[in-house]
Design a protein around this ligand. Structure first.
Ligand code: PEP
Ligand code: MG
Length: 520
């Protein structure tokens, strides 16, 4: 059996022979079959999920929708592709997702959406969403559950390693941001965490604390906000390290643009205009100033990743301290923590050098204070073409590289990962510019060459450099074959894709392929 075949069996599917006509098609972004009542916002999803299965329908999702995504059986959006927020989060949570169903006209305020043929679907109506094919149906289609998942869910974490897989050469880690994800990942056979996205720890009520950090007008205010965040981060890391005891855990420092943590600009502007018209004071004035100051036309290419770490004094230091203190606490409790601190979006060796120097200083401080020097490494994501091209220089500081193939695909092709899959990709697929989205299966000819080059240059400088991949391609069978060929140590993917990745890693090790190396 191949990883692709196992992937088909890993998720529930709709019973064959159903005669229901689809009402829309989108990008098959997270596999599975979900049936539920339509809801249009996160709060309603949470409230209704108590008594019914719900499908969250949005134009696109953002970090505010996390609770809704957790409570929904599936998510349907009219914008975005396989690496959009909805897709990545849904895959991580094991929720079914169809993204970029552009023919849908979603009217959140009126709580309904209309399809291309004029069918109107209102809140509470039942739809069925097929995340494996990208099709959406009106009404309930019967679902066949996955026997494979039932099998895995019944196992204990310690059983995972004696599963009968071929010998893995490439190890398989998981992308996990919480203790619960880590627990599931371990039970499904992950040998560590390859990506813990720390921004996911700044959501919900903690968001206000980040807002305080962003709005801080002097060092005292900033330090106060950072000091409040520190114990929260530390507690999260303690939980994750305890679930993953003895295994490597790669924690990525904050990556997304800061305005993602602030309220919506249009809403704030409207509120300011109303206050002005009514000649009332506007309590959100300061917030609006910050939102305007931080607004970016292309946030994906703006102030995110290591750039934040360099500009917001104390932010990365606080995160490193939280990681180091959590590791020390675990070691003191008899655990065996192994952390890898990962710096995102590095384009030049000097960026990493500055951040790493500060991080080592904090690690030393914590080692002295706690009397515990637990193992740690500092490395970087390679997710910009310039980082790949200058990997030799970066390897002078980085102990490991983790290829961020979502951003590397975006920046190598110049394709906005949030926009293109549902806009012109259908034409590109028809015209055979490529036969599969490069956000799904790694583009060997372009992105793959950059990876091969970075591997060679990194190893030339640091022969024992750790090499992994944590973009969505880490769970794609065909891409795993490539990562094996190029000599990576591990792939990291969402917990639900771990069994598929392990099978494919085993197949790669014994030279079994589907013979479909070229995606063109
Ligand atoms: C990537 O870019 O491949 C990656 C894993 O980071 P993110 O998706 O969070 O940008
Ligand atoms: Mg990235």
């Amino acid at each position: 059996m191949s990883g692709a075949q196992l992937a088909q069996l890993m998720f529930p599917r709709f019973a064959t022979g159903t005669e229901v006509r689809p009402i829309a098609t989108g990008v098959a972004a997270s596999p599975g079959a979900a049936v539920g009542e339509v809801v249009f916002d996160s709060a309603t999803a949470v409230a209704r999920a108590e008594g019914a299965a719900v499908i969250l329908v949005r134009r696109e999702t953002n970090p505010d929708d996390l609770d809704g995504l957790i409570h929904a059986r599936g998510v349907l959006t009219s914008r975005g592709g396989k690496t959009s927020h909805a897709a990545v989060v849904a895959r991580g949570l094991g929720r079914t997702c169809v993204c970029g169903a552009e023919s849908l006209d979603i009217d959140t305020a009126a709580r309904r959406f209309a399809t291309a043929d004029g069918t109107v679907v209102a809140e509470g109506d039942v739809i069925s969403v097929d995340g494996t094919s990208g099709l959406v149906y009106l009404g309930e289609v019967s679902v066949v559950s996955s026997p494979v998942v039932e099998y895995f869910e019944g196992r204990r974490a310690s059983d995972a390693d004696d599963l009968v897989w071929a010998v893995d050469r490439i190890m398989v880690r998981a992308n996990a941001d919480t203790a619960a994800d880590s627990h599931r990942a371990r039970r499904l056979g992950a040998t560590g965490i390859g990506l813990c996205r720390t921004e996911h720890m700044f959501l919900g009520e903690r968001r206000e604390l980040v807002e305080r950090l962003i709005l801080a007008e002097d060092a005292a205010e900033r330090d106060d906000a950072l000091a409040t965040l520190l114990p929260l981060q530390r507690a999260d890391f303690v939980d994750i390290l305890s679930e993953m005891d003895g295994l490597p855990v790669t924690i990525r420092l904050l990556d997304p643009p800061l305005h993602e943590f602030l309220p919506d600009r249009t809403e704030l502007t409207a509120r300011a205009a109303v206050a002005e018209a009514l000649e009332q004071p506007n309590p959100s004035q300061r917030l609006l100033r910050a939102v305007n100051r931080l607004h970016e036309e292309n946030p994906m290419l703006g102030m995110r990743g290591v750039r934040l770490g360099l500009v917001i004094a104390g932010l990365y230091d606080m995160q490193v301290r939280a990681i180091a203190e959590a590791a020390a606490a675990r070691a003191r409790a008899g655990g065996s923590p192994h952390v890898e601190i990962m710096i995102p979006l590095v384009g030049d060796a000097r960026e990493l050098e500055i951040v790493a120097e500060r991080a080592y200083r904090v690690l030393d401080e914590v080692a002295t204070e706690s009397g515990v020097d637990s193992p740690h490494e500092i490395g970087t994501m390679i997710e910009l073409p310039r980082a790949a091209l200058t990997a030799d220089r970066i390897a002078e500081t980085a102990r490991f590289f983790s290829f961020g193939t979502n951003d590397l695909t975006q920046t190598t092709w110049g394709f906005s990962r949030d926009d293109v899959e549902s806009s012109f990709f259908p034409t590109y697929l028809t015209e055979r510019v490529f036969t599969v989205s490069p956000f799904e299966t790694l583009d060997r000819d372009g992105v793959g060459r950059l990876i091969a080059l970075a591997v060679a240059r990194g190893r030339a400088v640091r022969p024992d450099i750790g090499l992994g991949v944590c973009g969505e391609h880490g769970g794609d069978p065909e891409s795993i074959q490539f990562f094996h060929e190029v000599g990576l140590d591990y792939v990291s993917c969402s917990p639900f894709r771990v069994p598929v990745a392990r099978l494919e890693a085993g197949r790669a090790a014994i030279g079994e392929t589907d013979g479909t190396a070229d995606t063109r």
